[in-house]
Design a protein around this ligand. Sequence first.
Ligand code: HEC
Length: 128
Amino acid sequence: MNRVITQVANSCRLWVISALLLWAAAPAGFAASPKARERGAVAFQTIGCMRCHSITGVGARRAPDLGSVALRRNPSQIRNQILHGGHGMPPWGAVLSNRQISDLVAFLSSCRSNEAPGCRTWQAPSAK
Ligand code: HEC
């Protein structure tokens, strides 16, 4: 009897450990921390994305506004677009670090509204 209880307890422990491992191994884009999002927002403004893109109306108008990009694209599609570019967008895979790319994906995955400010964490020029 005691042996059965020990076996059940052991398999429960295994289950909990595997669940924790799975959670820890989840891709960064899906378990984005607020800090990663914030770093991504800063990167978006400083590395050149805004030469073409805007976020809820703030930025350039040479490419689609990304204020609601997460409604159209999932995190791995966003990552692929950044890595490989295409259709008028240059590829960034060789230019950015893995962390910068994950941060950008974390930021853009939070962009779900065209209503300003939406995911934009910086002020519109007129509001300054
Ligand atoms: C030279 C202009 C240019 C720059 C710089 C640029 N992009 Fe783009 N980007 C585009 C164009 C044009 C498209 C539309 C491509 C298409 O229609 O398939 C696009 C599409 C995208 C998309 C998909 C949008 C959608 O609606 O599906 C994402 C995400 C994106 N860009 C992110 C970025 C990020 C992040 C950066 C900075 C690292 C960046 N882009 C820099 C021109 C640019």
